[in-house]
Design a protein around this ligand. Structure first.
Ligand code: NAP
Length: 485
């Protein structure tokens, strides 16, 4: 694979950056292994991609959603057929275990399938009105060229989750994938292009967020921006979008709690928390990063979480028995270890992990040991900020009320869990949790494509993705009044 090395996809053609510049990326398990060189694009490339999307829009919008479906169905079939190959590309770029990468492709397949079906039901409303002899109805209309700016942690699924409703809604797309995982974004683009989409309907421009991303989100021809990434970048996009009144959908960071009450099934709680905290090396926006436990259960739960963290086999994600792969890149490793140092300096107790792994299998990659802290208090940095790595903090509280206050006492509001068999407390927490997704006896990262996905507070703004709101974001309602008598 590599037909698109050094190239963008613009107006139906693979072409290098106007400047001819490229940047290199490496496998996070073996930093000496170059995974490819990619177009280091600039404003001229963004301009060309937006112009192509703009030119393709009238033709694509005019197609019936049923005709648009035929293209996306072909991409869906190609994704199913090439699932293992796509997963291998994800693992090589992102580092996650192959099992997790296959899970990512499987979830993209389900999301695309669901959003194609949503897209053929582009239903409006017919409502009686007061004016005699008048038919009033609404239709759902495409917005125009849209920008998708995506992160490296789900380099295939997030572009797919955004592009499918955007295209089914009749919009044309410019995708800007994360610079740590450009190949996966280009591969997704190739899968769409291979369906025979007319030139300009899908475009992909690689390059830095500060150059390509900024130029794209500030372009007045772009009618909607769907962004997934960090909160500070999300806020800067919201500001840029305001200048052109561009619609935004912002899916941002999280600091997701798991409350464990004394009556909980501890086997279940430990299994779900460990999966939620360490899958994909803790680099899910919905990763469980805070355990909030009542005093009477804290000792046993802590012991079991530490034992489970120690048992995780950390290795190259491409090995079939990998329990947890490397983190995604050298900077990510340094940032995570900085948080560990802050945790120790501020008085938390490190129970396991806390460092980079050393030895033959690890020295060339970005491996961080699964890490657990206890004696963590709400004002500590590691209790408040998103670490985005395999670091779990345990906080002990005295009452259910205090647990809810601590869970809600952060700036983020993405996802959360409570483990209990007490229906009253479970439902009270569902009522009071300040999040977009709340779970009882399930890990914080669980989501299904039939339901919306998004956060509140500093975790997101605008209509959520997925479910019925996926397509809702990418269309506007046109209301028509027709006097026939
Ligand atoms: P990031 O640094 O914010 O980058 C996300 C995307 O934005 C990348 O494509 C990046 O390009 C681009 N970008 C950077 N600066 C930009 C700018 N000034 N203008 C426009 N685009 C810009 O986030 P990340 O490190 O890739 O991803 C991790 C974050 O994503 C975490 O906070 C995580 O919680 C969040 N996330 C949220 C969700 C959710 O659904 N809520 C899902 C997944 C991840 P470059 O790569 O070239 O810098």
């Amino acid at each position: 694979m590599g037909g698109f090395d050094g190239k963008n996809f613009i107006g139906g053609e693979w072409r290098p950056a106007a400047s001819g510049r490229r940047f290199e990326q490496r496998n996070p398990a073996f930093l000496h292994e170059v995974t490819g060189t990619f177009a280091d694009s600039g404003a001229a490339d963004v301009d060309a991609a937006v112009a192509a999307a703009h030119a393709a829009f009238p033709g694509w919008r005019a197609l019936s959603p049923l005709k648009r479906k035929a293209y996306l169905d072909r991409t869906l079939q190609a994704m199913i057929a090439r699932r293992d190959e796509i997963a291998a590309v994800i693992t090589r770029e992102n580092g996650k275990a192959l099992r997790e990468a296959r899970g990512e492709v499987d979830s993209a397949i389900k999301e695309m399938d669901y959003q194609i079906a949503e897209g053929v039901r582009l239903c409006g409303q017919t409502v009686p009105v007061e004016v005699e002899g008048t038919l009033a109805y609404s239709t759902r209309e495409a917005l125009g060229p849209v920008a998708l700016v995506t992160p490296w942690n789900f380099p295939f699924n997030v572009p797919c989750r955004k592009a499918t409703p955007a295209l089914m809604g009749g919009n044309t797309v410019v995708l800007k994938p994360a610079s740590l995982t450009p190949r996966t974004g280009l591969l997704f683009t190739e899968l769409l292009a291979a369906s025979g989409l007319p030139p300009g309907v899908i475009n992909c421009v690689t390059g830095g967020g500060g150059t390509v991303g900024t130029a794209l989100v500030g372009d007045a021809r772009i009618k909607a921006i769907s962004f997934t990434g960090s909160t500070p970048v999300g806020k800067s996009i919201q500001l840029a979008a305001a200048r052109n009144l561009t619609a935004t959908q912002l899916e941002l960071g999280g600091k997701n709690p798991a409350i464990v009450l004394p009556d909980a099934d501890l086997d279940l709680a430990v299994a779900e928390i460990v999966k939620g905290a360490f899958a994909c090396s803790g680099q899910w926006c919905t990763s469980t990063s805070r355990v909030i436990v009542l005093e009477e259960t804290a000792g046993e739960l802590t012991e079991r979480l530490v034992a489970a963290a120690r048992a995780i086999a950390v290795r190259d994600g491409a090995t079939e028995d990998c329990g947890m792969g490397p983190v995604c890149g050298a900077k990510q490793k340094v940032d995570i270890l900085d948080y560990v140092a802050k945790g120790r300096a501020e008085g938390a107790r490190l129970l396991t992990g806390g460092g980079a792994l050393a030895g033959e299998d690890y020295d060339h990659g970005c491996f961080v040991a699964p890490t657990v802290f206890d004696r963590v208090t709400p004002e500590m940095t590691i209790a408040r900020e998103e670490i985005f790595g395999p670091v779990l903090v345990i906080m002990t509280v005295r009452t259910f009320e205090e647990a809810v206050d601590v869970a809600n006492g952060v700036a983020y509001g993405l996802s959360s869990s409570i483990f209990t068999n007490d229906l009253k407390r479970a439902l009270t927490y569902m009522e009071r949790a300040e999040v977009g997704l709340a779970h009882v006896n399930l890990m914080s990262a669980l989501k299904e494509p039939q339901l919306p996905f998004g956060g509140v507070k500093e975790s997101g703004a605008g209509l959520p993705e997925a479910g019925s709101s996926g397509i809702e974001f990418f269309t506007h309602h046109k209301v028509c009044y027709v006097k026939y008598r």
